[in-house]
Design a binder for this molecule. Structure first.
Ligand SMILES: Cc1cc2nc3c(=O)[nH]c(=O)nc-3n(C[C@H](O)[C@H](O)[C@H](O)COP(=O)(O)OP(=O)(O)OC[C@H]3O[C@@H](n4cnc5c(N)ncnc54)[C@H](O)[C@@H]3O)c2cc1C
Length: 270
């Protein structure tokens, strides 16, 4: 948590911590003090895990969903097998304590350009969490523009919130979502699911949707994807205000000029 020094940590208790896909968990916390806890998808909180006789562990997590009236907030997180904090987090039971502080960053709903004609959320892995929450929030608030979520995952075992998003799309005809898998199985291929990295699978779909520069793009997850897409969208002529980002890891990975040119060429001009 480089953003905030000496944060004012607050106590919370875990309401739910359930596995929703291979190595992927949905955690809901409730503030255990008397203060308000009103957070929206895209806000970022610090979470801290205290350990007996050892230094506390802390990391940033993006809010996927907030319930201000209950002072609850949820995050989608990946258990990193050789990670320091997430393997311990994955074992926490309801009622266990964690600390939190924040928020920092801006809710996605406030980042999306009001004049854009369409909204694309592009995620890798657990970046889907805040996009899912954003879709729930925006559609409930009456968003009528087309909202399309694309998430890059490795394999079918990694998929989560597919049924929930399909149910949401059945209620809101302007929502659609799809996963693209880098390790698809035969059934996925037979069902004609998207395959390959987001850089390969998405450009033809984005082009088909209309002029590139008319849409807003929210990019979230692996920094390698986020930085490449932000640079390529810029190179393709999309105004900077039409791109918002959240990076979970690989913060320093710089795309090469040829990677940027290649993706920008696939995207075409705005
Ligand atoms: C602003 C911000 C928001 C974040 N929001 C989320 C979130 O909502 N959900 C979430 O799962 N993570 C999120 N992260 C990442 C999170 O803060 C931790 O870095 C992550 O949970 C790893 O913790 P760890 O101690 O287990 O691993 P560490 O021992 O710190 O090992 C970190 C290594 O794990 C890898 N890694 C980190 N995060 C991920 C990930 N999500 N998927 C795959 N590999 C990863 C990286 O290669 C990194 O080098 C966010 C990070 C930032 C900066």
């Amino acid at each position: 948590m480089a953003h905030i020094e000496n944060p004012d940590w607050r106590p919370a208790r875990i309401v739910e911590n359930r596995c929703v896909a291979r190595g992927t968990y949905w955690i809901t916390l409730e503030a255990a003090d008397e203060k308000p806890a009103a957070y929206q998808p895209g806000h970022v909180l610090g979470l801290r895990l205290n350990r007996d006789g050892a230094e506390p562990l802390r990391h940033a997590y993006t809010v996927s969903w907030g319930e201000p009236a209950k002072r609850r907030f949820s995050h989608l997180y990946r258990v990193i097998l050789d990670g320091r904090m997430t393997p311990l987090m994955g074992e926490l039971e309801p009622g266990a304590a964690m600390d939190f502080h924040g928020p920092v960053h801006t809710p996605i709903v406030d980042e999306v350009d009001k004049k854009a004609k369409r909204i694309f959320g592009i995620a890798t892995g657990t970046g889907l969490g805040p996009l899912y929450g954003y879709a729930l929030q925006a559609l409930a608030a009456g968003e009528t523009r087309p909202v399309t979520l694309y998430t890059g995952m490795r394999a079918r075992a990694d998929l989560c919130f597919d049924a929930e998003l399909k149910a949401l799309a059945a209620k809101h005809s302007n929502l659609s979502h799809a996963f693209t898998l880098t390790k698809p199985d035969a059934a996925w291929r037979a069902a004609k699911g998207l395959t390959g990295r987001v850089d390969d699978a998405l450009p033809p779909l984005l082009k088909k949707a209309g002029r590139l520069g008319e849409a807003h793009y929210h990019l979230v997850g692996n920094g390698a994807m986020v930085r490449l897409w932000r640079a390529a969208l810029k190179a393709a002529g999309v105004p900077e205000k039409r791109v918002s980002v959240e990076t979970f890891f690989n913060h320093r990975v710089e795309p090469t000029p040829s990677q940027i040119r290649s993706l920008a060429a696939k995207l075409g001009s705005s």
